[in-house]
Design a protein around this ligand. Sequence first.
Ligand code: B12
Ligand code: SF4
Length: 544
Amino acid sequence: MIKILLLRPPELYGKTSFAQFYTMYECLGIGYLASYLRAHGLSVRILDAHIEALTVEETIEEIFSQDFNLLGVSIGSSLVMSQVSQIIRAVRKRNSTVHITIGGHFPTFCYESLLVKYPEIDTIVRFEGEETMLELVQALEACADLADVRGIVYKAERGLAVTPTRPLVEALDELPFPARDTLPKLLERGGLPLISGSRGCPAHCSFCSVHSFYDTPPGKIWRSRSIDNIIEEIRLLEKNFGCHDLWFVDDNFLGFGAPGRKRARDLFAALDQATLAVNRLDFACRADSLAKDPDLLQLAYAHRRGLVYPGVEAGVQRILDLYQKGTTVVDNKIAVKAIKESHADIKMEFILFNPWITFEEVKETIIFLEEVDVYDPYILTSTLTIIRHTSLADAIQEGRLEVTPPPAHDLEGFDQDSFIPYQITDERVMFLFQLVTDSLPQFEYVLSAVHDLRQQGLKLLQGADEQVAQSFEENCRDLTQLINVTSLDIFKEALGLAENSALQSDHERLYTIQEHLKQKTLQFAKTLRGLIGIAKDEFFGVSG
Ligand code: B12
Ligand code: SF4
């Protein structure tokens, strides 16, 4: 009998990027696969190395302590491939017969290069995995021909065999709720459970791979679960795990058009009627959906907190059109205003730097950010990644859009199989980009210190005097605001320097300016560290 081990590899973030996700999240892909396979009588174990905070070596050790003959690895993005390659190499070395399969968004598209680069992989499951994985296991158990399993890729005698694409799951309500084996550990570590109320997105944003993921297989591109089915899952999360905070990972929580918004309203109303104690509700949505029904948030956040991720992406219409967002700058402004007027926090999805933005457009973007009054070091350094198999990548490859390739030495270690490399075309924007990406990431550790302080405070101040708790929250908010405002000041200083100089050829001067901004940022970060220590002393009597 096949014994399955499903692995979420350790997820690490690049050294120079901001630690974008302070909060820890579940891996729903694995949860759905596990529950579906178990419902069909199969033996499945889950190892979530990310939630367990395991290193690559510890993950390998843990894998070796398990009894399995099929290893399934979930790959959310190419960022985990270095860890995955070490893990599967070690597994293959120790056991030549174990079947290794991988799935997720990244391998769905980049299967060719992955199977060539990593001979340890036996099969790749493309698109939604539940039914395909079940059939794969059944075929392996019966030693049947893999050619009959729809939705996979494998190495056959005459090269790669790509079987026909499997249609999308038709009725999401019929899927069992995701397995929650890892949830107790996640909650212990302050993580947030995920819930998926719908799958797919009918929009066509040119930089996004979600559309291709759900548009390629036959079936309805956007499918939703019934409100009753969602409420039932939330009820179980509350009853079995005491969860009152949730993140809806739907690509576009407000669905499409008026029916999508009505469905969201119905869900919010049902949450209240079901007397569920959902204290926090996070979701992502398009800005135009919100702009059409800004009052929707009053309903969602009348009695609870939450974080809304609007897909704003740009503050200049030409850039929004280039991204094929199908939204306007006005939509963006209305959406942001609506979130700010509700009780929800905002985390704006934004892509400031791209190969084509002009210096004037950067200035226009800064005016937009100041007007909506949302900016932080992440937004100010956000940069377009051109993922292969998106319509943006296709336009470049087909010559409809041009990018300048970077010099060869900059491409060392760059994953060209997954992304298209580029260089910013406008010289002043390029210079500005160098300045800000060299200085603003210095704020990473203070931002993470404020986050830690807040997490620690929320725990310690549970049940404390409301005024003390409120004043603590305000203190944390002020510290974050100070970082954001200083980031904008530094950005504007860099903007001025880039505008007034023909520096590109004067390397010495460029270095001096870069150093000046970097030191300024570091100095400020140091001062802030002191302020965080004072806040700690004040509230908990401990400094650090
Ligand atoms: C929640 C989420 C996260 C969470 C949790 C990630 C996780 N490991 O689950 C966090 C915040 C940590 C995260 C981080 C990142 N994410 Co993310 N994330 C999502 C999001 C919004 C939802 C994922 C989800 O739960 N879906 C619901 C489940 C049921 O679907 P699923 O995960 O696709 O799983 C199904 C199939 O893919 C398949 N499958 C999945 N795993 C496996 C394993 C096996 C063995 C098999 C057979 C099948 C299989 O079967 C599952 C069931 O049908 C998606 C968007 C999306 N539509 O999926 C982006 C998405 C996956 N993320 C993306 C990116 C880019 C990132 C980051 C790089 C962001 C960043 N800049 O740092 C990081 C990298 C993390 C990493 N692992 O490397 C991109 C990936 C693009 C690509 N083509 O590679 C997506 C598609 C978003 C986008 N708009 O482009 N992410
Ligand atoms: S609306 Fe969001 S999920 Fe949908 S295609 Fe655009 S960026 Fe992707």
